[in-house]
Design a protein around this ligand. Structure first.
Ligand code: BGC
Length: 765
């Protein structure tokens, strides 16, 4: 989508590939090279530029087809994100790509006959499970649904680093930590690809800001790039062999990522051994021929000017035939793996009921209990006074390409009733009327809404309404909600910080309910971090429920009722104040005026801009822990309804040779069954390179441990986990000295430590 109007002026270039007869040579898995020889230049160019984007209901001319002939070919499902071209004479079919991270996404503004998909929880919630089995299951849902709709590639996982809490797409992403991000991305990828459907790991790389996203130049040191912004991709590539990868919109140190040979060919392919296809983000980059030479095989969704540029460059020789053929080969290698090529007989009927049930389980596993002063779990007989718009109109996920068309959403009111609780009726009906009325103001869906989502303003609550509710209920629950999405970053006022209305309601709830010895519970229905320090004392319990997908209300009720013992942990630091965040000084970067002749895209206004990552490798807890800055809730934090005891760490050696194994036993010492997320941090010696106080190098979630039950967990560290990137050597180096393994329940709640030594520096190429 998105670059839209800018492309209207391009000359429409038709390659005039005349209808040709079916050749005796037909593509199969073993004749790709032969087929390439049989392709004309025009056909090769077709294969490396997508068919354009078709959004039913989008204003005419906004997204012109790459080739007018393409208009005649109906998509499998209206509103998929893109397709590749077919070359039918050689038996090459067109394959279909669609988003995305929280469910299969179709953008059909006519809403004629919507195809529904399961809206699973957002990426941040998935990662907050710290559970690779659970996140693989999320991937399986995406893979199964894509397969039954005939979609070949799902454009996920998205796992850029959550560098700053205001990042508009943080909800799609996993964490501020690359090890956690890459490991979860690999699990999601494995889940999808197990179904014979490809993924596109995205957005490669250093795409951590939405403001001016198509022209933002990220200035970042080589060390930070390697250790923070590329590391997750390296892990995902090595652990899960993704079929495709998507480059990002931004530039890194002056070069568009989609045009960077260093990034795509040298690092991704040569160093990491990536064997898949690289595609651009939608309408990204400047010069399609440069992009191909850099190793970015497929221009998506495909524009007429890109076809023209590549064709001309190939004719002139500025794009080598070897580079073009290499990209064509990768496109064909992808096609032969696809369900379309392999003629999978898709049903158009994924099992949405079964998938919704799995989605509910995943959702409850990733919610994070932040505070609990004997308020939860709720007694079964409770009558609840339920406040907050989102309690009655939950935000299932974020907006943009990560949005999902779902058949229903379960809000918290329904979830609580389904769990057997009673709701205080007066509060419920006032909110329901308000939400219903405000929803009538919702604009008719249009293309512009994709980037300007509508949210209902929080209802101001009169003190009398609260006073009346106290008398007729046992407990108050209030949901605080936030919505964000693609192409815009969040703000500090009234978003990261609470609004005056929210503060006022919380204050009155706290005074009124506490005066009667009744508890006040806050549920946060948001895609990212918000300020909590100034108001958490007003509450008895806080549950970070994230944006939990279509079964959200049921999943929240599962936690509040104690049916599920919370086991999620934070994947990003919750600072006391926004200004405590190291990147707050230079987010979202500097904006420059348009260059002469440049046009401002009215759909997604983007100015040339620049952002400097002067927090370097000190992102998130790497900063807070090293500089000992207090947080509201630290990275890795999360409570349970039970307690766990950590045994001693046993190391298999005190000297590091090629690897080292740490073993620890975890025991449930409380009264109810529960799961613990066990985290391993490493403190490396400071030699030539400065090191953060600690870095996550391993994690595991226990099985459901019954009271008094134990489980032994092992972690193995290899040399790469010990190493930091030394730009002067262009190498990873594990420096000699003393290393400390720290195992605990969060990045600050360390229960056990053990040291080992490395005798000599190890340089890893
Ligand atoms: C987003 C991608 C998405 C693509 C296709 C772009 O605007 O950045 O994440 O996959 O659109 O919808």
């Amino acid at each position: 989508m998105k670059k839209s109007l800018l492309i209207i002026g391009f000359a429409c270039f038709n390659l005039m590939v005349s209808a040709q007869e079916k050749s005796t040579l037909q593509l199969n898995k073993s004749n790709v090279k032969q087929v390439i020889k049989a392709l004309t230049l025009e056909e090769k160019v077709k294969l490396v530029v997508g068919m354009g984007m078709y959004i039913p209901g989008a204003p005419a001319g906004l997204l012109p087809p790459n080739d007018p002939e393409d208009d005649k070919i109906a998509p499998k499902i209206p509103g998929t994100s893109g397709r590749t071209h077919a070359v039918t004479r050689l038996g090459i079919p067109s394959i279909t790509l669609s988003d995305g991270p929280a469910g299969i996404h179709f953008l059909d503004l006519t809403n004629a006959k919507p195809k529904y998909a399961t809206a699973i929880p957002i990426g941040t919630l998935l990662a907050s499970t710290w559970d690779t089995i659970m996140t693989q299951k999320a991937g399986e849902i995406l893979g199964r649904e894509a397969k039954e709709y005939g979609i070949d590639i799902v454009l996920t996982p998205a796992f850029n680093i959550q560098r700053n809490p205001l990042g508009g797409r943080n909800f799609e992403y996993y964490s501020e930590d690359p090890f956690l991000s890459g490991t979860i991305a690999a699990a999601v990828t494995n889940g999808i690809q197990k179904q014979g459907i490809g993924v596109s790991v995205k957005h490669f790389a250093a795409n951590n800001t939405e403001t001016n996203r198509m022209k933002l130049n990220t200035i970042v040191s080589e060390r930070a790039l390697r250790e923070i912004y590329l590391k997750g991709f390296e892990i995902a590539v090595k652990k899960s062999n993704p079929w495709t990868l998507m480059t990002s919109y931004n530039l890194i140190n002056g070069i568009y990522t989609s045009e960077s040979k260093d990034l795509i060919t040298n690092i991704l392919r040569k160093e990491w051994g990536f064997r898949g296809l690289v595609m651009s983000d939608w309408f990204a980059g400047q010069n399609a021929a440069l992009s191909l030479s850099a190793g970015n095989d497929l221009q998506m969704p495909g524009r007429p000017d890109q076809t023209q540029t590549i064709f001309n460059a190939a004719k002139k020789g500025s794009l080598s035939m070897t580079d073009l053929d290499a990209s064509v080969e990768r496109v064909l290698n992808l096609i032969v793996k696809s369900i379309t090529f392999n003629k999978y007989n898709y049903s158009n009927k994924p099992d949405l009921t079964a998938n919704a049930a799995v989605s509910r389980t995943i959702a409850s596993e990733g919610m994070v209990l932040l505070k609990n002063d004997k308020a939860l779990p709720l007694p079964k007989s409770s009558t609840i006074a339920l406040f907050g718009n989102a309690s009655y109109d939950i935000i299932a996920g974020g907006t943009g390409s990560g949005d999902v068309v779902k058949k229903y959403t379960i809000s918290l009111d329904e979830g609580l009733v389904n769990s057997g609780f009673k709701l205080q009726q007066n509060t419920k009906s006032i909110y329901e009327d308000y939400v219903k009325y405000e929803n009538t103001k919702r604009p008719v869906p249009s293309f512009m809404d994709v980037f300007n989502p509508f949210t209902i303003k929080e209802m101001p609550v009169k003190t009398e309404m609260i006073t009346a509710a106290v008398a007729k209920s046992d407990v108050a629950i209030i949901t605080i909600s936030r919505l964000s999405g693609e192409s815009k970053d969040r703000k500090v006022a009234d978003d990261f910080n609470l609004t005056d209305t929210e503060k006022q309601t919380l204050q009155t709830l706290s005074e009124s309910f506490h005066a009667q010895n009744k508890k006040v519970i806050v549920v946060i229905n948001a895609g990212g971090v918000i300020e909590m320090e100034s108001w958490s004392h007003l509450t008895d319990a806080i549950l970070m429920a994230w944006q939990p997908g279509m079964e959200g209300g049921n999943a929240i009720a599962d936690i509040l009722s104690g049916k599920v013992n919370p086991s999620g942990k934070l994947t990003a630091t919750f600072p006391i104040a926004y200004l405590d965040v190291p990147s707050s000084q230079n987010f979202p970067g500097k904006q420059f005026p348009l260059k002469e002749g440049e046009i401002l895209d009215p759909v997604m206004p983007t100015y040339p801009a620049e952002i400097t990552y002067d927090d370097d490798i000190y992102v998130g807890y790497r900063y807070f822990n090293t500089k000992k800055v207090k947080t509201a809730y630290e990275f890795g934090f999360g409570l349970s309804y039970t307690q766990f005891a950590y045994g001693d760490i046993k190391l298999n050696s005190t000297d590091f040779k090629d690897k080292i194994t740490a073993t620890i036993s975890i025991k449930n010492t409380g009264k109810v069954a529960g799961k613990e997320v066990v985290q391993l941090y490493l403190t490396a010696p400071t030699g030539k390179l400065k090191k953060p106080a600690e870095e996550l190098k391993g994690f595991a979630k226990t099985k459901l441990l019954q009271p008094n039950e134990s489980q032994t967990i092992s972690f193995t560290l290899t040399q790469s986990e010990l190493a930091s990137y030394d730009p002067t050597l262009s190498s990873w180096i594990a420096e000699a000295g003393k290393y400390t393994i720290k195992i605990g329940a969060s990045s600050l709640d360390i229960n056990q430590t053990k040291e080992f030594g490395l005798k000599k520096d190890r340089v890893l190429k």
